[in-house]
Design a protein around this ligand. Structure first.
Ligand code: G1P
Length: 289
């Protein structure tokens, strides 16, 4: 079955980016000139996704407005002859169908995904966490859909992390099939370095099968008293093989200040219109440091 739906949970408070997120969604903070959520939605669209189920909470209206038509802005751009900008702005709202579902209480990532149940139905689907920006030639979630098409198992994006970072991630206990593919035996959410079964960490991209919804429905709260997606995937692994896939690409955690700054600098250096002068600026700066 083809993967046409992607669930993007965007209901978190963004406390790691306060005060910038006091009155605006963290997903709208721009990297260079685009909100982080737009990068993630573009990745999904470039991977063949046709419907996006965006799980939102209170105060997330700016996201809905960003992907909607903006009549006054478009009218003004047209009248003033700024046709390139008009085209760009239009493309954002025409890119894909987005369905908004409210997560009424912050009960955890697993609960946020569960909120998409009615929209996803009985088909496998993708999950993209918008704090994780992955820049690659072939979109990360497309790489994973290809693995799913071959294996028919669930697929989790993984990367090795330093030992002191394991407590920030879901960590796999897995058997290596080849350099990029791992067969999951078990997994644990945010273990201490002493408890961690490996340093293979789940980065925010998943291909899941719809059985996950009935598992989530009956799942007790786990780490930090939240309904954890990791715990549900452990259960899923008993009936459907779960794979870890070491995707190709550069990942930034844009939900924290340093990751956000790194993404800003590195993506600015890739922009043709900024490349030359910004590179010069960074070089001059490095000499002064
Ligand atoms: C979530 C997941 C975790 C995963 C991480 C990837 O944690 O619960 O398993 O490794 O995303 O970014 P969060 O960062 O939302 O606390």
């Amino acid at each position: 079955m083809q993967i046409k739906n992607a669930v993007i949970p965007a209901a978190g408070f963004g406390t790691r980016m306060l005060p910038a997120t006091k009155s605006q969604p963290k997903e709208m903070l721009p990297i260079v000139d685009k909100p982080t959520i737009q990068y993630v939605i573009e990745e999904a669209v470039a991977s063949g996704i046709e419907d996006i189920i965006l799980i939102v909470g209170r105060d997330k209206r700016a996201i809905e407005d960003h992907f909607d038509y903006s009549f006054e802005l478009e009218y003004t751009l047209e009248k003033t002859g700024k046709l390139d900008l008009l085209k760009e702005v239009r493309q954002i709202s025409d890119m894909v169908r987005i369905h908004y579902v409210r997560q009424k209480e912050p009960l955890g990532l697993g609960h946020a995904i569960y909120c998409a149940k009615m929209h996803v139905g009985n088909a496998p689907f993708a999950v993209l966490l918008p704090d994780d920006l992955i820049i690659s030639d072939k979109p990360a979630i497309r790489q994973m859909i290809d693995v799913y098409d071959e294996s028919k198992g669930a697929v989790l994006a993984v990367k090795r992390v330093a030992e002191q970072q394991v407590s920030s991630y879901g960590i796999l206990d897995a058997e290596e099939i080849d350099k990029q593919l791992f067969m999951v035996r078990d997994m644990v959410e945010k273990p201490s370095p002493a408890e961690a079964p490996s340093n293979l960490a789940v980065m925010g991209r998943y291909i899941l099968s719809p059985e996950i919804f009935s598992i989530l429905e009956n799942l007790p709260p786990g780490k930090n008293n939240e309904i954890q997606l990791t715990d549900a995937i452990r259960v899923l692994n008993k009936t459907r093989q779960v794979y870890g896939y070491a995707y190709e690409g550069q990942r930034y955690d844009v939900g924290n200040k340093e990751g956000f700054l790194r993404a800003t600098v590195e993506l600015a250096l890739k922009r043709p219109e900024l490349q030359e002068s910004f590179r010069r600026y960074i070089k001059d700066l490095a000499v002064k440091l």
